[in-house]
Design a protein around this ligand. Sequence first.
Ligand SMILES: *Cc1c(COP(=O)(O)O)cnc(C)c1O
Length: 233
Amino acid sequence: MTIAERLEHIRARIASAAATAGRDPASVRLVAVSKTRPAGDVLAAFQAGQIVFGENYVQELSTKAALVREPVEWHFIGHLQSNKVKQIAGVVTLVHSVDRLSLAEEIDRQWGRLGRRCDVLVQVNIAGEATKSGTTEEGALQLIRAISRLPHLRVRGVMTMPPFFDDPEAARPYFAELRRLSLLIAAENIPGVEMHELSMGMSGDFEVAIQEGATLVRVGTAIFGERQYPRQF
Ligand SMILES: *Cc1c(COP(=O)(O)O)cnc(C)c1O
């Protein structure tokens, strides 16, 4: 199958998962995770109507963003080191993976230099896995309160990456928990904080995530095929 055919298939599955949950399919945005795939694949997906692309390595994103001239939107979805923020400042429209105040402060500084604001999601490690990034569930509210005081950041919601399961149903409680947490934080009415986005669901479990309220699904292999190493841009 071509990238265009795979995209069409994913869009149909998103629409049907939304319909099952009684949701408007337009309330779910597809983030095409293009990591390890060449810029030509991004172009092919763009020509098939895909606008938003997700990357998780700064170097790879910078190189690819310079190669792709089309008006795509880049989201940063991976672990982000503060000393690399500068390289993606102004390039990405949403950072899904803010998990500590020091990182938020650096984003604030770098976007501030450009006189712009960066939309961010706070990544929450719902399962408390040692190998995964993300703030604890207990720490999320406090982190969001602190970020809300930074002038060049705007919190738009939360993101999570549950443990890997073969059975997508096993991920459902983690998605439901992120939604519950998001509603709790929204109820705090923190000035400047909007809890509209729930970034959850990947190739293996995006339908379950949509049923649990996902507004952003991050899908890589189901669109582009297996990842290609070494990374090519
Ligand atoms: C790689 C990645 C994805 C996409 O994973 P697939 O299983 O290929 O769909 C989603 N989110 C994050 C944070 C990733 O790093």
